[in-house]
Each structure stands twice: as C-alpha cells, then as structure tokens.
Ligand binder design. Sequence first.
Ligand code: HXC
Length: 260
Amino acid sequence: MNKVFADNILQGKVAFVTGGGTGITGGVARAFAEAGARLAITSRKQENLDAMKSAVESNGGECFSVVADVRDYAVVESAIGATVEHYGGIDIVVNGAAGNFLCKANELSANGFGTVVDIDTKGTFNVCRAAFEELKKSRGQILNISATLHYLATPMQIHVSAAKAGVDAITRNLSVEWGRYGIRVNGIAPGPIEDTEGMKRLLPPELKEKLTKRIPLQRFGRISDIENAALFLASDAANYINGVTLVVDGGQWLLGTSLG
Ligand code: HXC
C-alpha cells in the first residue's frame, strides 16, 4: 500500500504503549515511532520489550521500555513515573495489553474470568488513571484497543467479551469526564487480524478459509490496517473525535460470524 500519511505526523509526541512489544499493539507502537513519536513500551516479558526496542532503535527511533503488569496499580504508576522522568511527559497512551484463551463459560473458573478482566479492563483503567495528570498537562489522548466479540455474542469468549465491553465503557466515560481537560479518549475494535497471538489462540487454521468467505471484504485484517486507524486517531486529523471506538474489521461483525 502507498504511504497515506505525511511524514512525522507524531513528531515531538511521547507515546506510552502497554503490550507494545508484540502483536497488534506492537505494530501500533512501531508505526507511531515511524511517525516521529518517542516510545515508551511495557510488557510483562522483558524479551518482548528487547526485540521491539532494538527494532525501533535500528530504524532511528527512540524506545524506552519498562517491564510492567498492568493489573498492579503501583507497578503502572511507577512505569508512568519512569517514562515521565525519561522523556519529560506523556502525550499519547495506548492500552493494548490483553489476555485471551478459548474456554466454555461452564468450564471457566472464576479466576480465569477475573484474570482476563483484570488485564484488559482493570489494566486499562489503571493506566488511564495513572497517566491522567500527565495527559492533562499535555492535553493528550488515550487509545484503547478493544474487540467486536461483545457486539453480538461469541461462544467461548465470555471473559474477553465482558472485559472488552468494560473497556468500551471506559472509553466513553473518560471521553466525557476528561474532554474538558483537552484529553481525547477513543478506541479501536479490530476484527480478525492475521499473524497475531490472538488469532493463533482463537482460530484453528482449518476455519480460516471458512471465516474469510464470511467477511464482507473477503480477507483477514492486517496489523497495518490497525496501525493506520491508530495513526489517524492519534493525529491532528482526528482533533474533534472523542469517545468513539472505531471498528476495523472489514464489516465482519455485521454478519454475526462467530469465531467460537
Ligand atoms: C481455561 C484458563 C486457560 C485456558 C488460563 N486459564 N488459561 N482457563 N482455559 N486456556 C485460567 C487458569 O486456569 C487460572 O485459573 C487463570 O486463568 C489464570 O491463569 P494464569 O496462567 O495463572 O494467568 P497468567 O499467567 O496471568 O496468564 C494470563 C492469561 C494468559 C490471560 C491466562 O493467556 C496470558 O498471559 N496471555 C497474554 C497473551 C495473550 O493472551 N495475548 C492474546 C491477546 S488477544 P485457575 O482457576 O485455574 O486459578 C486478544 C484479542 C481479543 O486479547 C479479540 C480477538 C478477536
């Protein structure tokens, strides 16, 4: 695809990206760095951070990394603090850290349900809350990575559906409460995106072709599709967009095709 955005549209911005080492959010982090942002990435795994940091730096970008579990507010607060100490502030927060596995509701333990809600929903709140004062100073913005699983119902995904419905509520509530500080809060709901950990966990390879035929645009999404949506929402072109969750799924959820 031809380059659609002008160069350096995020020049001078500091982007704090959770789950920024891998997958969809890793792609968003890399795309933001290519657009001129200085990155801070978090992951629970040091090796995920190291790989992204060296990829960004070898491309001429800046990348600060912190091991952090978004479920732990004190850890999140200290990761935000370390980023502010390193760069002097934060302009963009991307909540991408997420957990998932397939499990029938009647076989899922309370702790299994709670673990995913803690990572996705509480983790998103924790990061937004801990970053608030910095975002207020920068009149910054938040981008929450959601899903479309909960728009209808997706078997074996009750935990993630509940968690992402909560994330969407956070997007809407914060957009209303924090708009007065100049903070925009939006989300992206990716559909089936190929070459991601989520798809590996959720979709047996034999079902891929069947599902592809039921996606209106007749193809799986690519990480670059989400990167472009994120660049748009983070850019000045989206200055008046607040409180939306942008669905990027080729029209898939409208057909009600379930991954379960
Ligand atoms: C049933 C499971 C399970 C499984 C874990 N649990 N895996 N239950 N089926 N496959 C249960 C455990 O039994 C335990 O409950 C509880 O969940 C916590 O498990 P832990 O392994 O102790 O948790 P933890 O080490 O914190 O790992 C979190 C995790 C794991 C979510 C379970 O999968 C993870 O770390 N994932 C991160 C990477 C990831 O999932 N990326 C994909 C995101 S994709 P008990 O009761 O036994 O104590 C995504 C896309 C969504 O989010 C949209 C797609 C379209």
